[in-house]
Design a protein around this ligand. Structure first.
Ligand SMILES: [Zn+2]
Length: 339
């Protein structure tokens, strides 16, 4: 089969890779319908994380082609969505809704879903089957549920977005935009998107943003305070992962408020004294997407949400390198790869 390998920073190639096979009786093999490039794939691409001949990709939707002898919840022929963490969905941590921290978890990035086929460990706990074969126009949204929607959703939940609350979202990448959508679905009263890109501002408004703030850093914080009677937002989503964005999120939050941070942290350190004085709740990390998948699949299937709009470039898998380049150069927010 064909699949993406990142040889070194900036060096993405599509190569012949060995077809996956059932290794554990709890495995499933999927023939992928679509996959995509994640903002987090840009960290190694830009040399901010080490990379050496690594298979890439952790988002996926597809059709079950084979199952191991212990798999009960999905069948050959099912169309399925899975999280970027494989999880058993039965351990105490999973039962509490933290499947990204499952005691048996496997990171799908180590399997590499930017490929024609993929082996999914812990298939029963990881995969959610759709009610039937989806119409083609639903594929991007179902694929978004695999990570960016699930992650944005978790960020909004972690920030306790809900009725009567003002939510600010730091970061206008796919996750930030979908956190806006999630906040809207969760009933937030006011949603402030922080973005300086016209096209992303427009999508944020379409997803439910009521206000847009273009300022960043201290000026961005001042603007949020101004919009919230000097108090700060109740709920703030951080979807970037840098020192500046994290402090912007923390300082935009009112005392007693909540920050949901899902941008993969890079060289972020929090000042203890300021944190002590802030009086806020911090919750974040890798999103337990599997907790939300059944609900997200339902909302997409019933066409109540259309998160697939975050994909603004579609390329064949063979052109993955061009997709990485477009996202690196910010010519694309998120790239869908067809198979
Ligand atoms: Zn578990």
């Amino acid at each position: 089969m064909r699949g993406v390998v990142m040889h070194a920073p900036g060096d993405v190639r599509v190569e012949d890779r060995e077809d996956p096979t059932i290794v554990e009786p709890t495995d499933a093999i999927l023939r992928l319908t679509a996959t995509c490039i994640c903002g987090s794939d840009l960290w190694p691409y830009r040399g901010a994380e080490p990379v050496d001949h690594q298979v890439m990709g952790h988002e996926y939707v597809g059709v079950v082609e084979a199952i191991g002898s212990d798999v009960r919840n999905v069948q050959v022929g099912d169309f399925v969505v899975g999280s970027f963490w494989a999880s058993d969905n039965t351990c105490e941590i999973c039962e509490a809704g933290y499947q990204a921290y499952c005691v048996h978890r496997v990171l799908m990035g180590t399997v590499g879903t930017q490929a024609e086929k993929v082996r999914v460990p812990l298939a029963d706990g990881t995969l959610v089957a759709t009610p039937g074969q989806p119409d083609a126009d639903l594929i991007p949204s179902l694929l978004a549920a695999s990570d960016v929607l699930g992650t944005g959703w978790f960020a909004a939940v972690a920030a306790e977005a809900g009725p009567g609350r003002t939510v600010a979202v730091v970061g206008d990448g796919a996750v930030g935009l979908l956190a806006v959508l999630a906040a809207k679905q969760l009933g937030a009263e006011r949603i402030i998107a922080m973005s300086r890109h016209a096209d992303r501002q427009a999508l944020a408004r379409e997803f439910g943003a009521t206000d847009v703030v273009e300022e960043r850093g201290d000026a961005g914080v001042a603007r949020i305070k101004e919009l919230t009677g000097g108090l700060g937002a109740h709920s703030v989503v951080e979807a970037v992962g840098t020192q500046e964005s994290m402090m912007q999120a923390i300082r935009s939050t009112r005392p007693g408020g909540h920050v949901g941070f899902v941008g993969v942290s890079h060289d972020v350190s929090l000042p203890g004294e300021e944190m002590f004085g802030a009086g806020i709740h911090l919750h974040g990390g890798p999103a337990p997407v599997r907790r939300f998948l059944p609900e997200l699949v339902r909302l997409i299937w019933d066409r109540e949400i259309d998160p697939g709009k975050v994909f603004d470039l579609t390329l064949p898998l063979e052109d993955a390198a061009a997709g990485y380049e477009a996202m690196d150069q910010r010519r694309a927010t998120k790239v869908l790869l067809t198979l």
